[in-house]
Ligand binder design. Sequence first.
Ligand SMILES: NC(=O)C1=CN([C@@H]2O[C@H](COP(=O)(O)OP(=O)(O)OC[C@H]3O[C@@H](n4cnc5c(N)ncnc54)[C@H](O)[C@@H]3O)[C@@H](O)[C@H]2O)C=CC1
Ligand SMILES: O=C(O)CCC(=O)C(=O)O
Length: 445
Amino acid sequence: MSDLNALFQAIKQRDPNQAPFHQAVEEVFGSLAPFLAKNPQYTKYGLLERIVEPERVVSFRVTWVDDNGQVQVNRGYRVQMNSAIGPYKGGLRFHPTVDLGVLKFLAFEQVFKNALTTLPMGGGKGGSDFDPKGKSDAEVMRFCQAFMSELFRHIGADTDVPAGDIGVGGREIGFLYGQYKKLRNEFSSVLTGKGLTWGGSLIRPEATGYGTVYFAESMLNTRGESFEGKRVVISGSGNVSQYAAEKSIQKGAKVLTVSDSNGYVLFPENGMTEKQLADLLVLKNERRERLSVYAKEQGLQYFADQKPWGVACDVALPCATQNELDTEDAKTLLKNGCICVAEGANMPSTLGAVNVFIDAKILYAPGKASNAGGVATSGLEMSQNAIRLSWSTEEVDQRLFDIMKNIHENCVEHGSENGFVNYVNGANIAGFKKVATAMLEQGVL
Ligand SMILES: NC(=O)C1=CN([C@@H]2O[C@H](COP(=O)(O)OP(=O)(O)OC[C@H]3O[C@@H](n4cnc5c(N)ncnc54)[C@H](O)[C@@H]3O)[C@@H](O)[C@H]2O)C=CC1
Ligand SMILES: O=C(O)CCC(=O)C(=O)O
């Protein structure tokens, strides 16, 4: 079968309850249709049917005991999507919304993203419907240990290398790594995002946010613009948002908002200060409080149950979660003068919103291109572990910068259409070509 539409219908019929995965596939197929018409060799040997089907899906029970002595049961997963160009690589998400539809979309996106980084990494994603919110450190530790007690069988430094994502940061990676090491009796590069004293890389915590800003600035440069003086609206207030804000401030931009699932905080017109950012990091990463508390403490305006897209800006960086920016939000951003949208999150814009941006020919980057700096720096962490050396901050940051510049150039090369760069097509086609070529060369598997 090589008819993309028929294949897409078959995918939906096979797993009707996996809407986020369908959305991710629809976007990629939209880019591939004209490319495949000109390059029919990529439709042979069931390549398209294979690329949308995970190589392996592991689903398991995670049983742990809460602080009240009650037994809790969660679901754990690892979706090993594609290993054509390297070991499966991609984060773990702990959030109540996690299910197979979400993880298959994330793993599918990861395949193309990882290919764009130029590093040898296949694509995977995993996680659990466990909600870390409101849990004690001891509960999070017991959960992570229980989760790894099954996951350890399926991963390894040359097989599958997980990392963080929503709800999984440095604390969780530590607990997961400790349990892996105990069970396997080996100290290996099986997770990335590790602590600096036990194999982690400098700049990995910063990498996704920094990389998103590097990519956005490359886009702005194509129109003779930069971050200097730009009004930047950011959603989310977790890892990606924090360092997108930091790099934006370093580049002279004014960060006007951050948000969480309950609302957003508005900063005065000169934007968030470095001190306010430092306080945000303590509030979110150590005290683990909500943004409403931050707004109160900082004397800032807080808009409950609202998204930040109505705030007038030049640059929007959606850094929270999938489908957080819909068609109406996209129209509002355009109406208010936004000229650049770079996704720090995975698939934060609905397909309708993406079309609004592309039709208006603004600078729009899909997450698989603009947020690839996180996984790229995870790849650099694996490289450092392999040679048993640690690179300096400057060295890792320079490599990250170069990788983001290279991804931008690759998108321009594959996505230019009559003077306009369609970064969605560019990212999808460039990522696909690399993975598909490897799959064809390795035979029908
Ligand atoms: N951590 C990483 O290195 C990478 C993360 N990403 C993506 O970036 C996004 C954010 O991830 P992290 O910052 O790592 O997670 P995190 O757990 O550190 O932060 C998530 C943030 O999103 C907010 N959020 C969650 N659901 C929301 C909703 N429905 N509405 C508004 N805000 C919501 C949370 O309040 C929190 O501020 C995700 O889409 C993730 O897949 C992408 C590439 C790499
Ligand atoms: O660093 C990694 O391996 C994972 C990053 C990730 O989950 C992502 O790019 O969405």
